[in-house]
Design a protein around this ligand. Structure first.
Ligand code: ATP
Length: 207
């Protein structure tokens, strides 16, 4: 199975990285693909450019086997729709099951995503629990797909919903950007190399 972890990564931090590593091991994934979003359709535009977010991701995951970056959304014109990304990956990986990982905050917004129901035609969805975000009541679309048995993911090509507890790291890119704008030290919230890159390029200095 292949894991897909989308995000704006503005900047990438240990909340992303630790969760990606944990789910890789828990689900026995061949790899986890971090997919930076070019133009996120549901949220404010990123502060750092797409290339800078890609550079920061590269610095963050070097020497980390099993984590890799997929820049397909940056290469595509127009808004980044996960449903299109999953269709591309489905072609690339043939019949291998795909697992889309999203945090609980993103899951609570899932029904606003473009063609969100079709995500389940191409992948399983695993929701990673995140501090401060409770899962809202599941409707029948989700309860019909919900499983408590992780092994069902490998046995089915797509369509399952599973909730996975990950280490509770109360870190967000927003809080890191705010700290930097307020001249606070974001050390130990994200890799030192990424902090050095942010300093070098004078990123996030203003709100
Ligand atoms: P921002 O604060 O700018 O909204 P973010 O920290 O939420 O950014 P994103 O790049 O938007 O980061 O998140 C990408 C994915 O990673 C989302 O599915 C999100 O839920 C998840 N995620 C982000 N931070 C954490 C965390 N600390 N623990 C678990 N999942 C996380």
């Amino acid at each position: 199975m292949i894991g897909i972890f989308g995000g704006t990564f503005d900047p990438v931090h240990y909340g992303h990285l630790r969760s990606a590593l944990e789910v890789k091991d828990i689900f026995g994934l061949r790899e986890v693909r971090l997919v930076p979003s070019a133009q996120p359709p549901h949220r404010q535009q990123p502060v750092a450019t797409a290339l800078m977010r890609l550079d920061m991701l590269q610095l963050a995951i070097e020497h980390q086997p099993g984590l890799c970056i997929d820049a397909c959304e940056l290469e595509r014109a127009g808004p980044s729709y996960m449903v299109d990304t999953l269709k591309l990956l489905q072609l690339e990986f043939n019949a291998e099951p795909l697992v889309l990982f999203i945090g609980s905050d993103a899951f609570n917004q899932l029904t606003t995503w473009y063609q969100w129901q079709q995500l389940f035609d191409t992948a399983h969805v695993v929701v990673m629990t995140r501090p401060g975000y409770k899962i809202e009541q599941l409707d029948t679309f989700f309860t019909a797909r919900l499983t408590n048995d992780r092994t069902e993911l490998a046995q089915n090509s797509a369509g399952k919903l599973y909730f996975q507890q990950v280490s509770q790291l109360d870190i967000s890119a927003t809080s890191i950007r705010n700290m930097i704008a307020e001249q606070q030290n974001p050390g130990f919230l994200l890799p030192d190399k990424v902090i050095a890159y942010i300093r070098q390029h004078q990123l996030y200095l203003r709100h």
